[in-house]
Design a protein around this ligand. Structure first.
Ligand SMILES: [Zn+2]
Length: 201
């Protein structure tokens, strides 16, 4: 129907989340109408993130270089680690200004039905990090999503951490977050309260 290069752009755009065929066509025509500078800037930005952004070697947050800006920040509290499912969950917690510790990004949540087992997540790395920390960890905050898989992951981590490091306090975000939703979409006031009111598990 379209020239091959246009069809290729439509196909690629339609792979983006929330973009159906019709939207992909509209975006493709927008790119066609755009100035060469704007269109190349978009292509360059995509290439740039893929080439320059990696996962932090300590916490698996996004990083430009071996470590992320949070792990590099000497003012953060080393004795406190907040465990989240995805890199997208770090920013909402940062926005609450309630948290000054470090992070650990699991890379998902346990879901045996979907084939996501403990070894598919950065769980061994978390346990090792807690066990070998230069400055002993006092508290691990389990900030996985208030969903079935997020709760199952928090339970699994609480058991594993209690067994390995009985002196470390394990906490879970207070209730009040909309059940079944993702942290990423929680407003900062609700999320801030959930953090401030976290309880031991
Ligand atoms: Zn990091």
């Amino acid at each position: 129907m379209y020239a091959a290069p246009i069809q290729r752009l439509v196909t690629e755009l339609s792979k983006l989340p929330g973009v159906g065929g019709r939207t992909a066509q509209r975006l493709a025509f927008h790119v066609l109408r755009a100035s060469p500078e704007d269109a190349y800037a978009l292509a360059d930005a995509i290439r740039d993130v893929k080439e320059r952004i990696t996962l932090c070697e300590v916490c698996f947050n996004l990083a430009e270089g071996p470590r992320c800006t949070i792990c590099e920040d000497p003012r953060r509290d080393d004795t406190l680690i907040c465990v989240v499912e995805e890199v997208g969950d770090v920013i909402p917690i940062e926005r609450t200004s309630e948290y000054r510790g470090r992070y650990h990004v699991l890379g998902g949540a346990l879901s045996p039905i979907d084939g996501v087992e403990p070894e598919d997540l950065k769980i061994t790395q978390l346990l090792q990090r807690v066990a070998t920390a230069a400055q002993p960890v006092h508290e691990v905050v389990l900030a996985t999503n208030p969903t079935t898989t997020g709760e199952a992951t928090a339970l699994y981590l609480a058991d594993a951490l209690h067994a390995q490091s009985p002196d470390v306090t394990i906490t879970r975000l207070a209730s009040g977050l909309p059940v079944g939703s993702d942290l990423e979409y929680a407003d900062e006031v609700t999320l801030g309260k959930a953090l401030a009111g976290r309880r031991a598990v």
